[in-house]
Design a protein around this ligand. Sequence first.
Ligand SMILES: C[S@@+](CC[C@H](N)C(=O)[O-])C[C@H]1O[C@@H](n2cnc3c(N)ncnc32)[C@H](O)[C@@H]1O
Length: 327
Amino acid sequence: MMSDPDALTTKEEAEEEAGGQGWGGLRPQKAKEEKYKGYKIGQKVGQHGTYLGERGIYDERNQLNDLTGREWALFSKSWFIHNPPPRKKNEVLHPAKFPESMIGDFIKFFTKKGELVLDPMAGTGSTLVACDKTGRKGVGVELIKKWADIARQRTAQTVIQGDARALVNLLRENGITQVDFAITSPPYWNMLKKSRGHVLSLQKQRKEQGLDEYYSEDSNDLGNLEDYNTYLNSLHEVYTQVNRVLRPGRYLVVIVQNILTPEGVMVPFAWDLAKKLSNIYILKQERLWLQNNKLLGIWGYPSRYVSNVHHHYCLIFEKTSAKAAGD
Ligand SMILES: C[S@@+](CC[C@H](N)C(=O)[O-])C[C@H]1O[C@@H](n2cnc3c(N)ncnc32)[C@H](O)[C@@H]1O
């Protein structure tokens, strides 16, 4: 038995739960296995714990998710490597979708089974497919019919076609007034329409294959806004709407990148957005998504530094009751 039956949330137990990957100099996984030798899966550990084998120990006081202490600690690391698997036929049609497996990890951390997840700019519905895979309910809003239709082919979750700036009303019309978590990725300003370095080569490839190079010509598509401040303000409008339906104490994750202009100047979009949303949310942290399987281009060689940008920022915001916007 554990020496301190109530101690699952102490630093020491959390360190142990992390399998020695936590705060340094920790008990190795082997020692932990030794300690729980003879335990059966589902067996009580102390007053609040349940032994879940290699997964670790689940604490019934967990308010946020269904993870063990070990799984919780592993997710809390501020970076991760995720190499997206090749896209399927109907997924490749969309110019910028994110991988369901990665979104699934966020959903598992920020919700419990059966809770409701929102993506206000759902594209072809990757968030909703991740909800299917993790046993959550999902609702997605997408402006462009073509992408909304593909999302509907991929999942039976709720897909609403409309402008995310009218999110609260769109959800209400569908009987939804509150969601437990939101995760999304916006158009990265108008960058899919600007030719530069790796984007030029990607655009060329997509054109040759007869695929769309950008989302749409629709004037409500935020990826078609020319002025950067107008674009940032429009995103602020969208995430203010999200704030109004998000359950207090819960989280919004926005996946973004800093942007390189064709002139080779970095627009710090991820940082600008983080700062801008800090007046309606608590900015908690970024998680860096690192991609380690992308081909390297040799863009500026041999005279100028041009980066291969192979990372994204997953910005994590918390809604508190005090900071709820528009309530
Ligand atoms: C980066 S993509 C999202 C891709 C999505 N995560 C996926 O995996 O398929 C951004 C999406 O925002 C949509 N969008 C642009 N402006 C919008 C608006 N005003 N309201 C709702 N969706 C919008 C675009 O059509 C595009 O599909």
